[in-house]
Design a protein around this ligand. Sequence first.
Ligand code: SF4
Length: 334
Amino acid sequence: MKGVDNPVFFSDYKSGIICRLCSHYCRLRNGQTGVCGVNQNDNGSLRNLVYGHPAAIHSDPIEKKPLYHFLPGSTSLSLGTLGCNMQCPFCQNWHISQQSPASQTLNFVSPEEIVSSAIKNNCKSISYTYNEPTVFYPYARDIAIEAKKSGLKNIFVTNGIASAEVITDMAGIVDACNVDLKSTEKNFYKKLLKAPFTVLESLKLMRKLGIWVEITTLIVPDENDSVSIFEEISDFIADEMGVETPWHISAFHPDYKMPDKKRTSQKSLVKAFETGKKGGLKYIYIGNSSFKNHTLCPDCGYAVLERIGYSTYNNFKNPGICPVCNYKINGIWE
Ligand code: SF4
């Protein structure tokens, strides 16, 4: 594993090491693994147990991440490993995120092989997704650096509790993030997700560092579907990230430890959408549902990007400029 002694990853303390990959900052005695189950103190170094062992790799439309304002219509080689630093009872990817590396034997795939596969599949980017990329940051980072050499972009689909050190390190390596903003309440993170509440600070830092950010909120009935939470999320995006930041509202389906919970109602999705619109957000999308998700020019309403499922039809004549009224649509288009 390259970069094992990278000070971004860990530091020493008197009885062991502190993993610095995420804001849990686990203190690990020799042989111990942290909350994520995949980072271990191996005789005073941090050993990433999933390094080189993707649990899933697919070529996905970038719209599936979801990223709607970043290279629309392109394909992204998407990979994830086992492990996660949150324990969301409504996880929609729990088959891999909530497993420990001991539960599966996976082939070794080098960073170079991942990049070759992306090129072979005509991908413009590599997405680190399916589980939380921060927990496999040493692997993701090596792939991302290799990918940059071939002109590929890197995308993190993340829960936003990476440490500030890792986010700072991502600048110049990771081009875009889709960040889950599940709530604005500390207790929601602490009690339900068993995680520190650092996502708001992470988002602000990403913006400051120039990383392209889109935000996703999975709306879980009776957990985070109150109008006051929608308002707080919308206000945070408008005030701290900018009204041009895309907000993806996503419908929950019963899964993992919440098999008996109902799907998110259309009424709730529409309420969130209307709240965001009232708060001034210019680009709001509703995912996992049957709503139309075109990108409309905020000035004249023209559909600059039309979407049917995961297919995107690009109506720009000049990338990012509305062909009807010349309004500049925020995003990374080429
Ligand atoms: S990645 Fe986070 S949860 Fe995992 S060991 Fe490091 S600090 Fe702990």
